[in-house]
Design a protein around this ligand. Structure first.
Ligand SMILES: *Cc1c(COP(=O)(O)O)cnc(C)c1O
Length: 358
């Protein structure tokens, strides 16, 4: 830390992104990216816009928001686009949480929530998930705080039924409830349908997972026109051109080929079901995932050990050094071939491990 760094941030622990190694080619199953490339129209759209980079992008993303509204059954003024959903979440924390409206989120959830809270000096409470990592809606009913729920949750993959989300939203009428739906296209039911009835609901989503565009940085927020206007006040106070020309065009092209992405999600779901079964056959405990990853532990090998041995063998998964999570690994679901390669390697490691132990 330099002696110039503001004391305001002296205690800040930044978010640790998953490894993005540039030195060797790994089978990369650690950051929940899609194994499929963007649809053909995306490359063409990016190429076309690359010639217009001398000009600023559209700060209102008029075309993209109109298309988003059409795809999701909303009005354009219910939509805000962000530089990844991380930006939308940060702006939402800034806009809707403070001393009078402190944050509440799970103790095991997306690791960025406490960081966004700290950087904005917003007080927060972490509510423990149950022993089986499920979220008890009762803990959030009438909690009278700005609630943030990743649904489905990460890194557990567990999904909370929409009825529970609705009860939580309705029981906190004086606070915004933020539902982070980064993984909703892999099996859950979106809270978008509640927006008509619930003016204190903000739904956040991303093109990073189900739409193969993690590198383009495109996320979105859905809410009442008033909530969206508040977010825009802060966006125009920080970075009005937050969506660059290439990403804007890529997003529009992707939505025009939305069927391609939704079909890919079906393939991922099938691979997840298959891979879960394979892991369970090897004696793993695998949580019920509605996402493009699984969270799994084995009674026979420590999570960190499996992570290290896989990495030595050119396969990256995500391991968290956090008390309740250390025996687990979070494994992104890729193509069937990738999952076959991984399961073969895990079986091999387990077998070697067995021999060493007897
Ligand atoms: C990946 C992820 C995000 C962030 O996605 P970006 O749009 O790439 O910023 C947000 N929330 C959760 C729960 C995620 O897993």
């Amino acid at each position: 830390m330099s002696r110039f760094f503001s004391a305001r941030y002296a205690d800040l622990t930044p978010y640790t992104p998953g490894e993005q190694p540039q030195n060797r080619v790994y089978l990369k199953l650690n950051t929940n990216e899609s194994p499929f490339p963007p649809s053909p129209g995306v490359a063409a759209a990016v190429e076309a816009q690359s010639r217009n980079l001398a000009l600023y992008s559209d700060p209102e993303c008029v075309k993209l928001r109109a298309k988003m509204a059409q795809v999701y059954g909303l009005e354009p003024d219910q939509v805000m686009m962000g530089n990844g959903s991380d930006e939308v979440l940060n702006l939402a924390f800034m806009a809707f949480a403070d001393e009078a409206h402190p944050l509440a989120f799970a103790d095991v959830t997306y690791g960025f929530y406490p960081v966004f809270a700290q950087v904005n000096h917003i007080p927060y409470t972490e509510i423990s998930l149950k022993e089986d990592f499920s979220l008890d809606p009762a803990d959030y009913i009438g909690v009278n705080k700005t609630v943030v729920i990743a649904n489905p949750n990460a890194p557990t993959g567990l999904y909370l039924p929409l009825g529970d989300i609705e009860r939580i939203v309705k029981s906190n009428p004086d606070n915004v409830v933020i539902v982070d739906e980064a993984y909703i296209d892999f099996g859950g039911e979106s809270a978008v349908t509640l927006l008509d009835r619930c003016k204190n609901l903000l739904v956040v989503g991303t093109f990073s997972k189900s739409r193969s565009m993690a590198g383009a940085r495109l996320g979105f927020g859905f809410g009442s026109p008033k909530l969206i206007a508040d977010l825009n006040t802060l966006r125009y106070s920080t970075n009005p051109y937050n969506i660059n020309r290439m990403t804007d065009a890529a997003g529009l092209a992707a939505l025009e080929e939305n069927g391609y992405y939704m079909n890919n999600c079906q393939i991922i779901i099938e691979n997840r079901v298959w891979f879960t079964e394979q892991l369970r056959r090897l004696g793993f405990r695998v949580l019920d995932s509605q996402t493009n990853f699984v969270f799994a532990e084995s009674p026979k090998i420590a999570g960190g050990e499996l992570y290290r041995q896989l990495k030595e063998n050119g396969i990256l998964v995500r391991h968290f050094e956090k008390d309740r999570l250390t025996n687990f690994n979070r494994i992104t679901i890729g193509t069937r071939e990738q999952m076959q390669t991984l399961i073969n390697k895990i079986a091999e490691i387990m077998e070697e491990n067995d021999h060493e132990n007897c």
